[in-house]
Design a protein around this ligand. Structure first.
Ligand code: GTR
Length: 326
């Protein structure tokens, strides 16, 4: 965990004092993403910068550090909380242990469709979950799409629950995801995304779980060719701002940042649909073998996950209201 003192020392060492005025009236904001240039999340944040630039006559500039230049998600989240990084696009899963409300968004088989997920995150429930980030030093500017996550591995196609037995599956650094994979009879191994290609290659893990664009962008299909459509979680992406940077904005500029966040969210979802189809075609061409899965036993096996994570009245109420969202 990055302490406040370490974060400040790091900021000083890197000469990355937050909201550094580059020119007299221009402020540069640093934004992190583990995905490569061109990925829909990265492009959406560029678009966010464009809107900001237009609406504030160039007062704010975004400096985008893609491909994990500022570190893996767990580290950049800490740095964003302490104001070393101003903006960050991350998945909601690495927040699960810190902000329990975020876990509802990753719960297995909860969303009926991507549209259902959009309705939830774009409505009052999304607002409630976004509020839960604030005491942790973060302001949510938008929930981005991440499609559905499915399991891929180097050993065999997963067709039935029995095929999961004993598989070593990498998961994000989230107790919820560890619990999900273990509930399926496999062995969950949490690790940062950036370490996964070599872990698959060396056999440290047999597989992982993700959407097509992530499976494709870092070429995991080269080392784990069986992609089985479990579609077990739709944990969305989230675009956050450090509260330390946010608090320096005037109320008028805060409004513009929120508007630019909403515009970037729509842009991302539009880019996502195209990238998802492209990525699927690319992995198939690259030798990936995609198969359907008999889903009901996977759904049934997740009961212990709900029993473990949906215990408080707050979590129960969130889950009930998500189910009731039409
Ligand atoms: C991707 C997501 C990343 C990261 C990655 C992972 O789908 O966009 O932010 O969470 O999965 O599995 O670590």
């Amino acid at each position: 965990m990055l302490t406040r003192r370490r974060a400040l020392a790091l900021a000083a060492a890197l000469s990355l004092a937050p909201l550094t005025p580059a020119l007299a009236q221009s402020v540069t904001l640093r934004s992190a993403d583990i995905h490569p240039d061109g990925y829909p999340t990265v492009e959406a944040v560029k678009y966010f910068g464009k809107i900001l630039d237009e609406k504030t006559n160039g007062k704010y500039k975004i400096q985008l550090f893609f491909s994990a230049q500022l570190g893996q998600e767990k580290e950049t989240i800490e740095q964003t909380r302490f104001g070393v990084i101003d903006l960050n696009r991350v998945n909601t899963a690495p927040f699960n242990n810190l902000i329990p409300e975020t876990a509802v968004l990753g719960l297995p088989f909860l969303f009926r469709s991507v549209d259902h997920m959009y309705k939830v995150v774009d409505g009052p429930l999304g607002g409630e979950i976004a509020k839960a980030f604030e005491p942790h030093g973060l302001i949510v500017l938008g929930f981005f799409d991440s499609g559905a996550r499915s399991i891929y591995n180097s050993k065999r196609p997963i067709k039935t629950l029995a095929d999961m037995k004993g598989m070593k599956i990498r998961v994000q650094q989230s107790d919820l995801f560890i619990s999900m994979i273990n509930a399926l009879g496999a062995n969950a191994t949490p690790m940062p995304f950036g370490e996964l290609y070599s872990a698959l290659q060396t056999g440290l893990v047999d597989g992982a779980e993700n959407n097509y664009p992530s499976y494709e962008s870092v070429k995991h299909y080269e080392v784990a060719k069986y992609y089985s459509l479990t579609e077990h979680s739709m944990a969305p992406e989230v675009f956050v701002m450090s509260k330390m940077a946010w608090d320096k904005l005037s109320p008028g500029d805060q409004k513009i940042f929120k508007e630019a966040g909403a515009a970037a969210t729509l842009k991302m979802r539009e880019l996502w649909a195209a990238r998802d189809a492209e990525a699927k075609a690319k992995v198939v061409k690259g030798g990936a073998l995609i198969n359907e899965v008999e889903k009901q036993p996977f759904i049934d096996a997740m009961k212990p996950v709900y029993d473990k994570f949906v215990t408080s009245e707050k979590m129960k109420s969130l889950v009930d209201r998500i189910k009731a969202t039409q």
